[in-house]
Design a protein around this ligand. Sequence first.
Ligand SMILES: Nc1ncnc2c1ncn2[C@@H]1O[C@H](COP(=O)(O)OP(=O)(O)OP(=O)(O)O)[C@@H](O)[C@H]1O
Ligand SMILES: O=C(O)C(=O)C[C@@H](O)[C@H](O)CO
Length: 345
Amino acid sequence: MLIVTIDAGTTNTRVRVWKDSRVISDTSESVGVRDTAITGNRNKLINGVKKALDRALAGISEPYEIVASGMITSDVGLYCVPHLSVPVSFNDLVEGTVAHTIPEVSAQPIWFIPGVKNAVATVDVENIDAMDVMRGEEVETFGLLMQHNVKGPALIVLPGSHSKFILTDEKKQIVSCVTTMAGELLDVLTHQTILANSLDGQFVTKLDNDYLQKGAASCRRVGLARSCFTVRLLDLFTQSTHNQRASYLLGATLYSDLQAIKQSMALNLSPETNIIISGKQVLKEALASLISTDSFFTGSIVQADDDPQRPLSGVGALALMETILCRHTVSQPPFSSVLHQGIPT
Ligand SMILES: Nc1ncnc2c1ncn2[C@@H]1O[C@H](COP(=O)(O)OP(=O)(O)OP(=O)(O)O)[C@@H](O)[C@H]1O
Ligand SMILES: O=C(O)C(=O)C[C@@H](O)[C@H](O)CO
């Protein structure tokens, strides 16, 4: 039995076909739930997911199961599954996964993995900072715990469209998380503001650690908005290179992530917690550099050695789907699967 994993997030959708724990087909589309949020309808998302799925499955004749994670399970996705409240173990995630058919995308049911939320009984404007949610990163977290045999408590750091800081305990459960929009913010600042000119609309390609640290120090001193404008001043009045200016902006933006880790009620982080960072190389390096020079953090800091052939979202979703299939062969009918059809309006 082949397993098809769909990882559809805020910005991108990736589809992979797995055979015997190996990816045999891999494709992606630059489409995500951000498109639903911007256009007000799901057409772009439906078409993008279907296109990626059809392409990944072209020429494949063996039977398969499809499993999906990420923002695709949110109110702006294809099928909304309520978040599970922390603490959440791998087994909780398996039991919360539901099957649903969306004929516009595939004739066969897709198993949707729920997201995870912090446990706050009554949320109001006074305590909103204690609340947080994730969809997709819980699967990556379990993938990382399996692949790297992480011993908790540990803080898992996953930069992307949204930066996620996820606390896990000694029982390998997710116990809390905090999110920032650093990735989306960098994207907008780099491509859709006055800084597009100073940065040639390009992200940093090679990190300049000195400029990274100076950007962080600037954000600490004068705040993020002023630090952003400083990137234009560096362009107008200095001989700085593109990578130096982009590193400065990255430092300023990620410094605000550090403030969230240290101060957010959502995490309540102990300084001695060990930290493991996974994700795009440049973001991983930048976060590791900023965290290691900040005296608040006293635990170990490890940059995960990510295997491009076995991405964490796929590894986690694959293990989860294998567990579901294994349980179904033992006990029929499916224990928690809800089989119904269509895209909710
Ligand atoms: N070199 C870079 N420098 C700074 N930011 C970058 C760089 N490369 C990517 N980013 C940021 O990372 C984000 C995209 O990261 P990534 O491709 O990991 O997305 P993702 O989180 O997997 O997407 P999704 O949310 O759709 O799953 C973008 O928002 C972008 O701003
Ligand atoms: O669960 C939700 O509704 C979110 O908005 C979480 C979002 O931050 C994703 O985790 C990004 O991948």
